[in-house]
Design a protein around this ligand. Structure first.
Ligand SMILES: Nc1ncnc2c1ncn2[C@@H]1O[C@H](COP(=O)(O)OP(=O)(O)O)[C@@H](O)[C@H]1O
Ligand SMILES: [Mg+2]
Length: 224
């Protein structure tokens, strides 16, 4: 599904300037879109808006034919669960669940058969190289390992949209390359819409489209 953002405006309370004043963008299915920008400029906020975790003050975000602001909270949650895989900058793993449980939970909430979910979770864990850690709790894993669990969790429902916030930020070069190859392949071969926030030159090499957040908007290219 393509993602189309029109005239997006957003201001956070207690912040004197708007974070976005008039942001337009289109992200295409099957493409790897990379978003750059200085720290604190609004990259994570933009992903939150696209995912419907946060709502714009004005403007529209459409994912396929679905208008995010046209859904109530409950429908937006269901939509996100089914269609959006979000790799959070800070992982957001649930500490009292094992690696396997963290990954399968979202699939169970989406009502998929348990056996299918577990099979897919096992395969994703193998792809990210963590098959032997499935019974472990997140606090026993390194940052890089947690990041790979977060990636496997984001992909469990085979989402049409993947939003990845600095997904290689905690990874060594080799693991980072494996992760980039995995999500980029998801986008290109399975026609998913991948939007990745990153500073990594390695990640930039995978980009089909590059944008920079600046002046409260999204501009084409790497302007940093
Ligand atoms: N929910 C929120 N409420 C208030 N301010 C926020 C919220 N989320 C982000 N901000 C502020 O918006 C700015 C951009 O944050 P963020 O999107 O995390 O930047 P980036 O990901 O580009 O580093 C920061 O000044 C941050 O403090
Ligand atoms: Mg951020």
């Amino acid at each position: 599904m393509d993602i189309e953002i029109t005239a997006l405006e957003k201001t956070f309370e207690h912040r004197d300037r708007a974070i976005f004043t008039n942001l337009d963008a289109i992200f295409y299915a099957g493409k790897v879109s990379v978003i750059l920008g200085k720290s604190g400029i609004g990259k994570s906020s933009l992903l939150n808006l696209i995912a419907g975790i946060d709502l714009p003050d004005k403007g529209e975000i459409r994912i396929g034919s679905h208008l995010m602001s046209g859904m109530d909270d409950a429908r937006r949650t269901l939509f996100r669960r089914r269609h959006i895989g979000f790799v959070f900058q800070s992982f957001n793993l649930i500490p009292v669940l094992t690696v396997m449980e963290n990954i399968t939970l979202v699939g169970q909430l989406d009502g998929r058969p348990d056996k299918d979910i577990r099979r897919r979770a096992a395969s994703l864990l193998e792809t990210v190289g963590l098959s032997d850690r499935q019974g472990e709790f997140p606090d026993r894993l390194s940052g890089g390992e947690q990041q790979r669990v977060a990636l496997a969790r984001a992909l469990i429902n085979d989402p049409a949209v993947i939003l990845a916030d600095e997904p290689t930020g905690n990874l060594d070069k080799e693991t980072g390359t494996a992760v980039l190859e995995m999500i980029s392949t998801q986008a290109r071969q399975l026609n998913k819409t991948l939007i990745m926030v990153t500073h990594s030159p390695d990640a930039l090499a995978w980009a089909d489209e590059v944008y920079t957040v600046e002046n409260a908007a999204l501009v084409p290219g790497n302007t940093i």
